[in-house]
Ligand binder design. Structure first.
Ligand code: HEC
Length: 160
């Protein structure tokens, strides 16, 4: 049996389209609205990262029994999510008055910022490999290193 697959095509202006931008038919979103959407999108990405980091943090603090499969799942997801960081920061929003923890340096030192995202991606990949072996000590060590890679970017490019 043939299946008809309908794919919605959306032209990606700044490379970012979010729900409200799509719904606002007629008038195109103002630059301020676009910036607001971009901030919401990247914060959503980091919320997902934090959510996937939570079990790893709990294992590191002995609040959750060690589980290599859970660690691997988290690592896998964080690895994928990290690849989206440069994309969701393509829109330079720093000239808008929007509540955000992102510092201006993200856009003035883009190479450095993207390098930190790449380092974090590597740390997630290393955790993925360690978790696959099931070795507790190696996995927790790699989870700690991943947490440090998150912190390294926050120290430089986030307000707190
Ligand atoms: C390349 C830089 C970078 C890396 C790497 C990074 N972050 Fe962030 N993170 C940011 C920036 C910038 C913000 C602020 C975003 C904003 O407010 O617009 C942020 C915000 C957050 C937030 C708050 C989201 C919200 O608004 O509720 C969480 C949670 C978070 N990051 C978790 C993580 C975790 C966990 C990792 C590692 C797995 C990580 N981040 C790695 C730059 C980074």
């Amino acid at each position: 049996m043939k299946r008809l697959v309908v794919v919605g095509m959306i032209s990606l202006g700044a490379g970012l389209v979010t729900g409200s931008a799509v719904l606002a038919e007629g008038a195109p979103p103002t630059p301020e609205e676009q910036a607001r959407n971009a901030v919401e999108l990247r914060q959503g990405l980091f919320k997902l990262m934090g959510w996937n980091m939570a079990p790893l943090g709990a294992m590191l603090r002995n609040k959750l029994p060690f589980d290599a499969a859970v660690a691997q799942k988290s690592a896998d997801r964080i690895e994928q999510l990290s690849l989206m960081i440069p994309d969701v920061f393509q829109a330079d929003t720093h000239q808008f008055k929007i509540e955000t923890e992102a510092l201006e340096g993200i856009w003035t030192s883009k190479t450095d910022f993207n390098a930190k995202a790449a380092e974090m991606n590597k740390a997630a990949a290393a955790l993925n490999e360690a978790a696959k072996t099931g070795d507790k000590a190696a996995t927790l060590k790699a989870a700690g290193a991943l947490g440090k890679a998150c912190g390294s970017c926050h120290d430089t490019f986030r307000t707190k």
